[in-house]
Design a protein around this ligand. Sequence first.
Ligand SMILES: Cc1cc2nc3c(=O)[nH]c(=O)nc-3n(C[C@H](O)[C@H](O)[C@H](O)COP(=O)(O)OP(=O)(O)OC[C@H]3O[C@@H](n4cnc5c(N)ncnc54)[C@H](O)[C@@H]3O)c2cc1C
Length: 384
Amino acid sequence: MLERGEVANSWRTERWDSLRLLTPNWQSRLPGHRYDGPDPDGYMSMGEVIEFVESFAKVTGAPVITEANVTSLRSSHNGYHLISSRGEIHCQAVIIASGACNKPSVPAFANAVPASVQQLTPFDYRNPDQLPEGGVLVVGASATGVQLAAELQRSGRPVTLSVGEHVRLPRTYRGRDVLWWMDASGIWDQRYDEIDDLTRARRLPSPQLVGTYERDTLDLNALTSMGVELVGRWADLRDGRALFSGGLRNMFTLADLKMGRLLDTFDAWARDHGRDVEVGTPERLAPIRVPETARLQLDLRNGDIRTIVWATGFRPDYRWLDVPVLDQKGQLVHEGGVVDMPGLYALGLPVLRRRKSTFIHGIEDDAREVVDHLARYLAVERPA
Ligand SMILES: Cc1cc2nc3c(=O)[nH]c(=O)nc-3n(C[C@H](O)[C@H](O)[C@H](O)COP(=O)(O)OP(=O)(O)OC[C@H]3O[C@@H](n4cnc5c(N)ncnc54)[C@H](O)[C@@H]3O)c2cc1C
């Protein structure tokens, strides 16, 4: 196992200070290793996640070579040739487990933002003290965007949040964590080959969730109650002006509709499985409040906005792959983790084999199946 940093590198180096997992502690499980502390319903801080992954590496005796940055992978005689900062390796098979979130995704027009406005991505952001006083424009309203918008608004800076397509979820539903429902009702376990629109499922943004002691719901209503201003999706930048799409109402209706459908699925599952007695009664959230007027543009030169935080998603970094396995959008082409080159595999990508594939608890089932395939390949199919 080659790792360019230390074990749990992304949790150590690429996350902000206040971040806690949005998955509850009881759900943090790796093969043979699970949370056994006093607060199964809590959410781990980054320090706790690092400890959790480190102890898994120790217990399993994982053969990790740290500080080994892989800069090239090519196919070679009967296998693959890798170049890393710790030397070169020849091997018969490779699993690409370099993560789905290596780089923040930022739109190209960020280059044209006036120099007077500071720009940060979630990889640079640590806490509000880094920012100048004054207005902040947070772009993106998925898990990262809503969490940073709330933290920055609480720090006393007026926050404007640019909202695109998003997934609204209550933190708890009928007295249980909403992710308990995802787990119990089997939604997390839905397989990639059973999902109608897999491309769309793989692009779905993260849900608007935060892990806090109070188990608060952090949806757009919670943010507007705190004073955050909502605007539409940032569509373009012209002459120093950010131009936002209209249609917030439609976007909110869609998010509410999808959330309602999901809660209906949970209710039906509880009814059909005789679980109604052990959970609370069905409930529905008030729709997202549409602002009376939403600004369609914002002048970035007048000093109102001092900082932009791009919470527009993450993408993998495959610059080290010197094999023809990426599509036109730079995504790895694979069938349930089996890449279209003999002996090449992937793990940890969105809906790789199941809806839970990119979550900590999702790796076990995927890894077992992918490694089975790899073992068969080495035993039977590998060319002499
Ligand atoms: C902001 C954020 C919040 C998240 N919150 C949760 C959560 O609450 N619960 C949850 O279950 N999941 C969460 N996730 C998803 C989380 O990333 C995965 O659960 C988990 O970390 C995926 O593990 P991984 O090993 O596949 O990828 P990563 O953790 O990204 O690990 C990939 C490793 O590969 C290394 N690497 C990359 N390229 C190279 C190279 N060329 N050479 C050598 N090494 C390389 C990296 O240094 C890194 O250590 C979150 C993700 C993000 C970005």
